[in-house]
Design a binder for this molecule. Structure first.
Ligand SMILES: [Zn+2]
Ligand SMILES: [Zn+2]
Length: 161
């Protein structure tokens, strides 16, 4: 979800609603313009996590987000869909909820797979973000399309030499 929000920032409450629906975010409060601003801010904080110079800085930036958005984990069956963990308080705005999801999701991802499992696409004119879920942890591109584009470019560069 963080990836989607960063690569396609919502510009209206309708677009934000669509992203929330795409990711099955169960909302407790309606989406407002205020949420749009909060999400924009959380995305900015998350991009600073992505662009952190090293693991220490990345860890600090994630911790700043969990401190701002998350609470201690609680077991809940609020939607009647099965018990699961929340890393946020109850009855919070959608903007806050999205921030908590980005913070907790990223903390779990980095702790589980490695601190380097986030980055910007290696294609020069592409600044999209990738979240590396590969087995070997070598992802460098945002998409297969960019990986292909770069392979073609490198091939041509070699051929021109
Ligand atoms: Zn839930
Ligand atoms: Zn790309």
């Amino acid at each position: 979800m963080a990836l989607d929000l960063a690569n396609r920032p919502p510009t209206s409450t309708d677009e934000l609603r669509q992203v929330c629906d795409d990711h099955g975010l169960v909302r407790e409060l309606p989406i407002t313009d205020d949420d749009l601003g909060k999400v924009e801010r959380a995305v900015g904080e998350w991009l600073a996590v992505v662009d952190a110079a090293d693991s220490d800085e990345r860890g600090r930036r994630v911790n700043a987000m969990t401190e701002a958005y998350c609470s201690f984990p609680t077991l809940t069956d609020h939607a009647g869909t099965g018990w699961h963990l929340h890393y946020r308080p109850d009855k919070i705005t959608v903007g806050h909820q999205v921030g908590a999801m980005m913070a907790a999701g990223t903390a779990l991802h980095l702790a589980g797979r490695g601190m380097n499992r986030l980055g910007r696409c290696a294609v020069d004119d592409c600044d999209r973000v990738y979240v590396d879920l590969t087995r070997n942890g070598r992802q460098r591109y945002c998409s297969p399309a960019c990986a292909n584009r770069d392979a073609v470019r490198r091939h041509r560069a070699r051929a021109a030499r």
